[in-house]
Write a protein that binds this ligand. Sequence first.
Ligand SMILES: Nc1ncnc2c1ncn2[C@@H]1O[C@H](COP(=O)(O)OP(=O)(O)O)[C@@H](O)[C@H]1O
Ligand SMILES: [Mg+2]
Length: 298
Amino acid sequence: MSIGVIYKNLLDEDFKVLSALERVLLNREYAPIQLLEKNTGIHEEKLVLILRKLHGLKLVKKETIMGEKCFRLTFLGYDMLAIKALARANIIEAIGDKIGVGKESDIYIGLAPGGLQVAVKFLRIGRTSFRQTKRVRVWTRGKIADWYQQSKICAEREFKALQALHKVGALVPKPMGFNRHVVVIEFIDGLELYERPNLENPLGVLSKILETISIAYHKAQIVHGDLSEYNILVRREDETPFIIDWPQYVYRDDPSAPELLKRDVFYVVRFFNRVYRLSVNPQESLNSVLNWKETLNY
Ligand SMILES: Nc1ncnc2c1ncn2[C@@H]1O[C@H](COP(=O)(O)OP(=O)(O)O)[C@@H](O)[C@H]1O
Ligand SMILES: [Mg+2]
């Protein structure tokens, strides 16, 4: 069952229980029924029915601890709370199919009020190996509560980075809002660079990418740090390249920034040289990024 269908199945009382479970997560993983009864004010018999429904929809996990039936929220349960909050804030109106799976996220198409298409990114930090994420995250106990916490931190980081970048004219999808571990951004109808789209003007596309790297570095003071053909979307209608996937960014004054900037630039330039048969010098491109000045149009 898709996320959107599950969401439509939920009643206010279901959300009440999910919210109570979320609050419980702050200090313990599993909540016994008695505690939920107290926190929701819902009578035990009714609560049992609601929990059975939520369990059937895989929004909660069940465990018997010391003879007591206990429950905790799953990632999917947490997704429902985020969608509800985003809908209540008028950031999204509906949620549709999955359109992408990344290293650490699932992306769904959504609709914003007014019919605008948006990409809804559910961060899933900790789903994959720890190795890929060690640069920016501190791992402690590896419990589900920590996963939630890490995913939330990343969603907020990504939203704020996109906001700062979009404001200064970098080619990034416009951020629309975030809640918990979910970020809502403008949907880009395009192909990822790894799909090797046919480009009319590959040098022009590369220049725009380098321009966005420069704007990010000089005007927003940030370095992407994970740039590759998987994090660049080329819009179908006009070949505009958008750089996506920012949660691991570092500030320009971070000790690792020079190395990451060099890695990002060299990686992209070499990709274009190889795939689109250009012969752009990566070191010269890096120099031009470092010495970039905004051209003023009078
Ligand atoms: N704004 C968007 N518009 C359209 N598709 C997107 C958008 N953002 C992400 N996607 C799709 O989802 C995939 C994963 O997104 P990304 O932000 O790179 O997440 P991850 O951190 O998991 O790699 C992308 O490679 C792309 O195919
Ligand atoms: Mg990605």
